[in-house]
Every structure is written in structure tokens, then in C-alpha cells.
Design a protein around this ligand. Sequence first.
Ligand SMILES: Nc1nc2c(c(=O)[nH]1)N[C@H]1C(S)=C(S)[C@@H](COP(=O)(O)O)O[C@H]1N2
Ligand SMILES: [Mo]
Length: 320
Amino acid sequence: MSRLKLPTIAPSEITPEAVWQSRRAWLKQAGMGALAAGAGAFGASSLAQDAQAIGLSATPNPDFLLLDQATSEKDITSYNNYYEFGTGKTDPFENAHKLQTRPWAVSIEGEVARPRTFDIDDLLKLAPMEERLYRLRCVEAWSMVIPWIGYSLSTLLKAVEPTSKAKFVEFTTVVQKENMPGVKSRIIDWPYVEGLRMDEAMHPLTMLVFGVYGKQLPNQNGAPMRLAVPWKYGFKSGKSIVRIRLLESMPLTSWVKIAPQEYGFYANVNPEVPHPRWSQATERRIGGGFFAPRIDTQMYNGYAEQVASLYAGLDLRENY
Ligand SMILES: Nc1nc2c(c(=O)[nH]1)N[C@H]1C(S)=C(S)[C@@H](COP(=O)(O)O)O[C@H]1N2
Ligand SMILES: [Mo]
């Protein structure tokens, strides 16, 4: 397996995206099973593009490979939702440079045997970095396909030993009043809070994300650490997390607090349950161009095989 060679690319062509796309084409050709050989394909050469970005190498995990075309790095980093920096799609790109991401502590508390505060640089070393291609589906009916870098949240949760009372996990994200122009607005009762049921949080698909396209996360994507829960609408994946709390009862999350009739706690991607003000049946894939046809949204965003069993017996119309 290690004898398989990655495709060669002219140095002039090397951007993280070019490396990424060509490696993927190669994987398809090689029949996908034979992965692991691409370890660290990002490395230092991918840094040329952005002098400020810090490289983050990772091993592609073939269990999370999709055949979808990855969204461009430019779109992923300039079309964002991060209301602390403004509600416009380009506001985070324009304003997030002010976010202070060091020093950065993440406390893990509540129903755990070993509550602990981690320094972000220790979390970066807690487990091997994997690259996973994930779909992200926003409730506003657009989507992207993103090569995230990180590891399963379950690794961290196991390290603090959840107690038998732990039924939910709450994620609290950072508030930096001086650095975040959006927090002057009252849309959200800051900080932005999200949550998962314990079994959702422990599912291997639920990912702690530290990087994208071979680099540590840009601020606008939730540096230094955010969540990715690919079968749920994007708002479930909090950015710039500072506290993780295990709880016995369901936390009151930001969007449920603002508009419970529009945004449920579960927020599983479901084309059959429309948002009260618009359909969720189709989506616009960002980067496809103005004339690209909309695509059909898949149940659980295409992850039904992996996660549908978590919701056996749950009424999906009531628990949207
Ligand atoms: N702290 C915080 N996290 C957040 C948001 C936010 O406004 N604040 N927006 C959410 C929404 S609605 C989406 S669609 C995703 C977008 O992630 P991306 O910009 O990296 O694609 O982040 C989610 N996480
Ligand atoms: Mo979203």
C-alpha cells in the first residue's frame, strides 16, 4: 500500500486545493480502498499561498471520502455564517482577523469524572489529525463540501470520562466584545450556544475541527477549534468553542431560544420537513456558478446509513 505513489503536480500548480483535488482524483482511480498512503500530502508546500496561515498536516481518512467535488478554498473561507462578525456572508471574511486565538483554553465540565481545562495546543496533539471530506448544509438552503482536519469529538469526551448522568453536551463559543463587531447586535443572546445528545456527540462522524485545506482554521471558519456535525444543519456546528459541558438535561441552545418554531434542537437535515418560511427539499451548492441546477437535498444530508439508527422511534416532524 505504501508503494502507491501520489500524482506529481508541477510546483507552479501547487495550492492546497490543487493538491487536494488531484489526490482525490488519484484515490478514485486507485479504487479508494488503498488510502493512508497520502499521509501528510499537505505539508509545507501547501503554504505558499498564504504566508500567515499555519500548516496542519493530516492523514486522509478513507471512511469519510465523498465523490462530491470539494468546494474551493476561496468559497469556504469567504462565504460564511459567523454572526459575531456580522450577518452578511462576507462580514466574517472581512472582520474576523481581529479574533484573538492565542492563548486559548477550552474547559470541559459538568457530568464528567475528570473535568479539565485544555490549552488549545494540547488539544491539537490529543489525537492524530485526519482529513475528512464533509458536506455542510445550511438551513438557508446552500451547501458546501469541505476537507476538514481534526478528529472525532468522542476522543476528547472519553478522555474526561463522562458519568452515567451525562445525556447531553453543550458547546459554548467565544465572545470577544472588542474584536467582534456583530455582538453589538441583539439577534443572539451571546454567547452562541449549541448542543447535541450524548449519542450524537459520541458518533464517530461528529468532528472537532482544527483546520481546513491543509492549514489551521482561518478565523472566519471558527478558529482555533469548531465542531462539524455533517448530518445536521450548519448552525449546530459551533465555531471558536471555549467550553464543553456535559449535562443531564437538554441545554437551551441559541437558535431554539430565538425561534423555536423555526429551528429545533435536533436540526437533522430533512428535505421532507420545510422550514416554516421556505423549502428544504433542494440546495444550492456554492461555487457551482449562477446557472448550476439546484441539487436535491438528501435525508440526513446523505449520512442516513451512518446515523438514521440514532433516531429510530423519534417523530422527525415533531423533532425537526
Ligand atoms: N459561534 C458561531 N458558530 C456558528 C455560527 C455563528 O454565527 N456563530 N453560524 C453557524 C452556521 S448557521 C453555519 S451554516 C456554519 C457555517 O460554517 P462555515 O462558515 O465555516 O462554512 O457555522 C455555524 N457556527
Ligand atoms: Mo447555517
